[in-house]
Design a protein around this ligand. Structure first.
Ligand SMILES: Cc1cc2nc3c(=O)[nH]c(=O)nc-3n(C[C@H](O)[C@H](O)[C@H](O)COP(=O)(O)O)c2cc1C
Length: 187
């Protein structure tokens, strides 16, 4: 296989990242890559919410931790510890919202797909710059309070993912990849 960025690209688990700040210039490159995606009709049916600095801690404590405790009153101290610092694993978290609009011709499905493309561009761009990055949803992507906090419209908008970006501690091992013959066929 030819050796190019996409044949080697790999995510780094959020729990294995270091969270010191990333360069502002790099963050701008990543965000701009995120909004440079195929988008039928140029409807921009997505939003990127940049969560960095003190906001990581604020959202961890005011939204994720509170909601987890509410939904899991019997939770162990160990899981409470994990839930109190979810976003703080990263230097920056980019929350991507799918924000579809009514359109006479362009189906909702295509707008949702485009928000996935935003996630993938953010992820790939961060990785191409040498950062550790991972696309996560975890439970709080499906939490109503989180959607509301991020400015999403209940029942319409959805969280496509949280793109965690930080620094590598070590190069990640390869993960299991699909058998091409099972997922690709030539017609
Ligand atoms: C929409 C979406 C949501 C994901 N959510 C999670 C998650 O909540 N927890 C998890 O461990 N992995 C999750 N993953 C998978 C991780 O991103 C995983 O590390 C990744 O698939 C590794 O692939 P890569 O090395 O090809 O980038 C998710 C992937 C996608 C596409």
């Amino acid at each position: 296989m030819s050796d190019n960025f996409y044949s080697r690209r790999r995510s780094v688990l959020a729990k294995k990242m270091k969270n010191h700040p990333i360069k502002d210039d790099d963050l701008q490159i990543i965000i701009n890559a995120g909004i440079r995606v195929p988008d039928h009709g140029a409807l921009n049916p997505w939003k990127i919410k940049v969560i960095k600095d003190n906001k990581l801690k604020v959202i961890d404590e005011d939204v994720i931790f509170k909601e987890f405790k509410k939904e899991n009153p019997e939770a162990s101290n160990e899981s409470l510890e994990i839930e109190s610092k979810r976003l703080q694993r990263a230097s920056v978290v980019l929350a991507v919202l799918s924000t579809p609009v009514e359109h006479p011709k362009i189906p909702n499905w295509e707008m949702v797909l485009s928000s996935g493309a935003v996630c993938m561009n953010l992820l790939s761009c961060a990785q191409s710059l040498g950062y550790a990055a991972q696309w996560l949803t975890e439970w709080y992507a499906y939490n109503a309070k989180m959607l509301e906090y991020l400015g999403g419209r209940p029942g319409i908008d959805r969280i496509s993912g949280f793109i965690y970006i930080g620094h590598k501690i070590e190069e990640p091992n390869e993960r299991r990849r699909p058998d091409p013959s099972k997922v690709i066929s030539y017609l």
